[in-house]
Design a protein around this ligand. Structure first.
Ligand code: RM4
Ligand code: MN
Ligand code: MN
Length: 435
């Protein structure tokens, strides 16, 4: 039994040795599911190939423990800088095979030598997805304060500083091979009357146009909306309507980004996704889950059916041959789990939701919808959602060099303990940048 071995979870031999004792059971489960799906007219290998093609970017801020408004409880061996964050991201990618890129957050991930950072990433086998700017916090030594806003501030000097930071993010992203800038601002008002609602949006459009003008060819500007927090009365880009208006005003390289936690409870997010697909402006996702607000919990941990329904829209659009290439990114950071484990769990949940969506019998569903057969139509979705696709996911991971049981293998590797010894906590530091 190779079950008790500790080792490097990034090592292909270590993963192969961990997979060996589980392979026979997986084969049997895969065969059984294959016959079941064949009776439904589905070729399991085609689903597995498609599942193996799925990729989601990791948030650099997610490999550290996040905080709440009250406290942060860092775990042992958390990464202390962006180089160490990439090491953890590489572990997640090796074991799941689903997370080949990292989304950086600047200036949290600022470093002195981006050439060295890129070389480090290449050595680890990871690349870079969208860069995120940050004008929702003041940094030490910063000239102008964002206390009353950034891109929408009443003072031109503050807006100019925020625009310049975004242009700097584009420059850094360019050095690393990124092709998108994610723009989320916390600007807004806590009290009625505090801010002129119309003028704040006009200032946003003006500032965003200056950033847009600095986008290289082939880049996308991903505009992220969020209903509230830190502005509790009115947030300038609070919903997909504001985001879409901005994207349409800016030009063809501007798109809307949907963070699943950024809506009021019970909002029908899959319908927002459908509308943005229709408008040709769905740029991507920040995947996470939430019960009440911007909880940033693991994807699929609270409402896996909603996650499935979001993927159902994406798979349906592909089936209708709508040209669509949304960026998939995780955005999570919380307090009680090992972040590496949580990110692996989320990446696998996304792959699961998408694989389930691939099982929907679309011609049959379309016919049921035409016939207004509400009951059987909704059952058609449930049938796909309730199929246990675990053997498909495991096979897809193995085909990419990943683990049959990523979480088990990670725990047995002792990686966290190794990091605890190699990375003594920096005094007072917050590796995620959050709180
Ligand atoms: C925000 C938003 C952004 C993320 C920060 C950390 O609520 O989701 O995407 O960059 O949190
Ligand atoms: Mn987000
Ligand atoms: Mn958020």
């Amino acid at each position: 039994m190779a079950q008790d071995r500790s080792g490097d979870p990034r090592d292909a031999d270590y993963i192969a040795a961990g997979n060996a004792p589980l392979a026979a059971a997986l084969d049997a489960d895969y065969q059984a599911l294959g016959s079941q799906l064949a009776r439904r007219g589905i070729d399991i290998d085609a689903v597995t190939r498609s599942a193996a093609d799925f990729a989601v970017a990791l948030p650099s801020w997610g490999v550290g423990t996040g905080g709440t408004r009250f406290a942060r409880f860092p775990g042992p061996g958390e990464p202390r800088n962006v180089f160490e964050k990439l090491e953890d991201c590489a572990v997640i990618h090796r074991l799941t095979g689903a997370t080949p890129t990292v989304s950086l957050h600047l200036p949290w991930d600022a470093c002195e030598d981006y050439g060295a950072l890129k070389a480090h990433a290449t050595r680890l086998g990871v690349g870079f997805d969208a860069v995120n700017s940050n004008t929702f916090q003041d940094q030490r030594g910063q000239r102008e304060s964002y206390k009353f806003g950034s891109l929408t501030h009443t003072a031109a000097a503050v807006r100019a500083q925020a625009v310049e930071h975004n242009l700097e993010c584009i420059r850094i992203g360019g050095l690393l091979g990124s092709k998108a800038l994610t723009l989320w601002i916390g600007d807004g008002a806590n009290f009625p009357g505090q801010q002129h609602l119309a003028r704040a949006f006009e200032r946003y459009l003006d500032s965003a146009a200056r950033i847009y003008a600095g986008l290289p060819a082939g880049w996308r500007l991903l505009i992220e909306h969020k209903m509230y927090e830190p502005a509790f009365y009115a947030t300038v880009i609070q919903d997909w309507g504001s985001s879409l208006m901005a994207a349409q005003a800016l030009g063809p390289q501007a798109f809307c980004l949907v963070d699943l936690g950024h809506h009021a409870p019970n909002v029908n997010i899959e319908m927002i996704v459908a509308r943005l697909i229709h408008a040709g402006r769905l740029g991507g996702f920040h995947f996470n889950d939430s019960k009440y607000g911007d909880d940033d919990l693991d994807a699929g941990s609270i409402d896996p059916y909603r996650l499935f329904l979001v993927f159902n829209e994406l798979v349906d659009a592909a089936w209708r041959q709508v040209p669509l290439q949304p960026a998939h990114m995780l955005d999570q950071s919380h307090n009680v789990t090992d972040p590496v484990e949580s990110l692996m769990a989320s990446a696998m949940e996304l792959t699961r939701a998408r694989a389930q969506a691939l099982l929907v019998d679309r011609p049959a569903l379309a016919a049921l919808q035409e016939a207004n057969d509400a009951l059987l139509a909704t059952q058609a979705l449930k049938r796909a959602f309730t199929t246990d696709v675990a053997p498909i996911l495991a096979r897809a991971r193995v085909s990419r060099g990943g683990a049959i049981d990523p979480l088990g293998l990670y725990r047995r590797s002792g990686y966290r303990g190794t990091c605890a010894a190699a990375r003594p906590a920096a005094a007072g530091g917050s590796s995620s940048g959050i709180v």
